[in-house]
Design a protein. Structure first.
Length: 348
């Protein structure tokens, strides 16, 4: 903060005092000066514009310096402004009272140019240091917020909480987790027909919609791989019926995709069972899940019809009273052999 930039408010009901202070401050290089003729006038000006320093007379009619000082120090928006009290040389007790109330310093009358320069300069320097400290704190808070947002974009919220509390996210076995994979029908051909900007914009809108749907169902997004979207049910967020919840979520994703430009059709595969979950990697690390449950869900995607959710008949039997499905027959699933597969198309 330069002397020219410093905003100073002089508050005194005596015109001679105001004139003297203003003239001497200008000689010292302070040109951004405001005058208030009494306490209420000063408070009004403080509400209208920011100040870096206030020179405040103690003895004023209507509202004296004590009242102004107390009012300013109670106001959370104004209390940081340093205040130098103006007092007669024989008002030492008054000066002490003002310092106790939060005044930065005092200036005795008659004004001494050297003392005026020293005390105004010191007060403004302290104010500049406080402002700098506040700016650093705000920067730290902003950086922390950006870090939190980045972590939440990479790993599920519960894993972020564990990472903050313990410094690590321990790998775990989970016994009953719904694994959902969603794939866009004809995405490669769509990419060949459209500009990259159009493809990315449409895909971004779809993924954001999927993320919101997954969150609405208390599920966790794990990752996207190209045009494939992966989410879990009952992994880190407790869900009363993880398998049925995942079916509901998948059907809602299909419905939403059809309503979005360019009227996407998606295939969804779902399986339910044990998984291992944890964080891998140092660069672009990822919270991920592994196991047969994941593999089967991924394989079932290619056998699903648009608008339905493919799952094994064994999984469907767990929710058959609440879910309508049609049989796809026994299908040879790569790496798993022959499995009886159904696709759910509605939830009762």
């Amino acid at each position: 903060m330069t002397q020219k930039d410093a905003r100073i408010l002089v508050v005194d009901d005596n015109e001679d005092n105001r004139f003297t202070l203003k003239r001497r401050l200008k000689k010292l290089g302070y040109g951004n000066l405001e005058i208030a003729v009494h306490g209420r006038d000063a408070l009004e000006k403080m509400q209208e514009q920011p100040f870096d320093l206030i020179l405040l007379d103690i003895m004023m009619p209507e509202m004296d310096g004590y009242e102004v000082l107390e009012t300013v120090k109670r106001d959370m928006q104004l209390r940081h402004i340093p205040i130098i009290m103006i007092s007669a040389a024989d008002q030492l007790e008054s000066v002490v009272k003002c310092i106790e109330l939060g005044a930065e310093d005092f200036l005795p009358k008659p004004f001494n140019a050297t003392l005026l320069r020293a005390r105004v300069s010191a007060s403004l320097e302290k104010k500049a240091l406080r402002d700098q400290e506040q700016a650093y704190r705000a920067q730290i808070v902003a950086e922390k917020k950006r870090t939190d947002e980045l972590l939440h974009s990479i790993i599920p919220a519960m894993a972020v909480q564990e990472l903050k509390q313990t410094g690590v996210v321990r790998p775990r076995n989970f016994d009953a987790v719904g694994i959902l994979f969603c794939d866009i029908v004809g995405f490669t051909a769509y990419c060949d027909r459209n500009l990259p900007e159009t493809v990315v914009a449409h895909l971004q809108a779809l993924i954001e919609t999927f993320e919101q749907i997954v969150d609405d169902f208390q599920m966790e997004k794990i990752k996207t791989i190209g045009d494939a979207f992966m989410a879990t049910s009952g992994l880190l967020r407790p869900v009363e019926a993880p398998l049925l919840t995942a079916v509901r979520c998948g059907l809602e994703m299909s419905r939403a995709a059809r309503e979005m430009e360019p009227n996407w059709e998606v295939r969804i595969g779902l399986h339910f069972g044990p998984v291992v979950a944890g964080i891998v990697g140092k660069q672009q690390f990822l919270y991920d899940v592994w196991g047969d449950t994941v593999n089967i869900a991924a394989r079932l995607v290619e056998h699903s019809s648009p608008g339905a959710v493919a799952m094994t008949a064994a999984a469907w039997q767990e929710i058959q009273d609440e879910c309508e499905a049609r049989s796809l027959g026994v299908i040879d699933i790569k790496g798993k052999g022959k499995l009886d597969v159904v696709e759910a198309f509605a939830v009762r």
